[in-house]
Design a protein around this ligand. Structure first.
Ligand code: GDP
Ligand code: GDP
Length: 467
């Protein structure tokens, strides 16, 4: 499971600066969902071999009426869901009452917490830090987020326990058994012979499909999950133990096994009418990370919101296969339906690989067809494609439509091979290929998508210039 790191601290200590540093230029998912009281940012970070989700929990100003009331409930929830808390203070401003109030609060939380003294550039760090020992911590880390000083060392320490876990899971490198390879990454990292890799992929394709049902609050996720689980043709297995994360529900339908990742928490409720669980962004992001296929539910009765797009963007960045369900399609008149469809065309062009279904979770209309697209998306994402096939398709694309001239020279595509799966990555070699215009890159992408019949998964093309 991908670790979650929360950045906590009073305003102005440098949380956003550190957040941007960790997530680089990736678009942050700014949470402004109904029911969340503060703006917070969520991003995916990659540092050396670590991947993690980072949350900027927003400024907590402990000087006002006690932290408890000021830290909005959802902000607390974000800390609760974090695996590690980085508590930032300002080395230039020195210790403040707000810092003390936050520290007191964090102590009661019992989370692995790292005290991070920021802005130590150009000051005598050790004397600036002396005061902060009053916060009663075991260790503190000095950084200058703006200069990227100390950041890697800090994250190495903060994430070390998770790296250990990964190593243990990977077990003895020399004795990899195909049965232990449960993801495309595992297979790619295992250095298998071609035949073994083939077998491992085949096995993977027969594995249960992990399907995350995600979407904003009230779009109908629980209704859909209940509909799916209540269907006669679905066999639901014993529930695994409850955790603080999403609930995993194994089921089978028409010979295909699935594991539903339920972000709406329906199985946690005692009955259907119990209040809806609070929406959790962290839980949603983790579900995306852990899924093979993401089913994004959108409400036909609401405009497509920035939050829908943020969730899509996150899934896309994570390389997940995607199916879109436009829910509450019942009882809409034709004019409204047309309007919704044209809005989808206009705003969802960037995920044109995803199948869109119009459904009514309430009445069950269209729900059965979702499985076909989910299977298709999964098969596409994990399909093995040979070098000769990829090169042949590249050649055909080039014959149909020559690449443009660049500085008077013809770009020549030479060969292609697979660079990874789930999402599929295609590496194209040739001269000047890095300088191909975006339009030709998109042309190649679409050509591959059509030729390989890959619906439901993003495809990435990388270019390797031979000069
Ligand atoms: P936030 O409110 O906690 O998110 O703080 P910001 O990231 O917005 O930073 C507040 C101010 O501190 C900005 O003017 C930053 O440029 C500055 N700042 C952040 N990190 C550093 C640092 O490492 N050194 C110095 N000197 N200034 C910094
Ligand atoms: P969640 O927060 O995404 O889990 O959303 P719920 O499943 O709790 O649904 C929110 C509201 O939308 C409830 O009042 C549902 O009855 C209603 N709803 C869900 N699906 C549909 C649908 O297909 N059609 C209509 N008309 N209402 C729906």
């Amino acid at each position: 499971m991908i670790p979650v790191v929360a950045l906590v601290g009073r305003p102005n200590v440098g949380k956003s600066t550190l957040f941007n540093r960790l997530t680089r230029t990736r678009d942050a998912l700014v949470a402004d969902f109904p029911g969340l009281t503060r703006d917070r940012k969520y991003g995916k970070a990659e540092l050396e071999e670590h991947e993690f989700i980072v949350i900027d929990t927003g400024g907590i100003d402990g000087t006002e009426d006690g932290v408890e009331t000021k830290m909005a409930e959802q902000s607390l929830a974000a800390i609760e869901e974090a695996d590690v808390v980085l508590f930032l203070v300002d080395g230039r401003a020195g210790l403040t009452a707000a810092d003390q109030a936050i520290a007191k609060h964090l102590r009661s939380r019992n989370k692995p917490t790292f005290l991070v003294v920021n802005k130590i550039d150009g000051i005598d760090a050790d004397s600036a830090c002396a005061d902060f020992w009053q916060l009663g911590v075991d260790a503190m880390y000095q950084i200058a987020a703006a200069q990227n000083r100390g950041v890697t060392a800090l994250m190495e320490r903060a994430l070390a326990p998770f790296a250990e876990e990964l190593k243990e899971q990977a077990g003895d490198e020399d004795e990899v058994s195909i049965e232990d390879l449960n993801s495309v990454e595992d297979i790619e990292n295992a250095n298998l012979s071609e035949a073994d890799a083939e077998a491992a992929y085949k096995r993977l394709q027969e594995q249960p499909i992990k399907l995350a049902i995600i979407g904003r609050p009230n779009v109908g996720k629980s209704t859909l999950t209940n509909r799916i689980l209540g269907e006669e043709r679905v066999v639901v297995y014993d529930m695994p133990g409850t955790t603080r994360d999403s609930i995993y529900i194994p089921m089978e339908r028409e010979g295909q096994e699935y594991v539903l990742i339920d972000t709406a928490g329906i199985r946690r409720r005692k009955n259907m009418h119990e209040a809806v669980e609070k929406f959790s962004v962290v839980q949603t992001l983790k579900a995306i990370e852990d899924a093979n296929v993401v089913l994004l539910v959108i409400d036909a009765r609401e405009n497509i919101s920035d939050q829908d797009l943020s969730l899509l963007g996150y899934a896309l960045n994570a390389g997940r296969s995607l199916v879109i369900a436009v829910n509450k399609w019942d009882g809409l008149d034709n004019e409204v339906k047309e309007r919704v469809k044209s809005e989808l065309d206009r705003r969802l062009g960037f995920v044109d690989f995803a199948r869109i279904h119009f459904i009514s979770a309430l009445h069950g209309t269209g729900v059965g067809h979702l499985y076909e697209s989910v299977q298709e998306a999964y098969q596409s994402a994990t399909k093995r494609i040979s070098t000769s096939m990829l090169t042949r398709i590249m050649q055909m694309a080039q014959d149909d439509h020559q690449p443009p001239m660049i500085r008077g020279r013809r770009v020549k595509l030479k060969y292609a091979h697979a660079g990874g799966y789930n999402p599929p990555i295609i590496v194209i070699h040739g001269n000047l290929v890095n300088e191909l215009p975006g339009s030709y890159k998109r042309y190649l992408m679409n050509y591959y998508r059509k030729s390989l019949e890959m619906m439901g998964t993003p495809i990435r093309i990388m270019f390797q210039s031979s000069e």
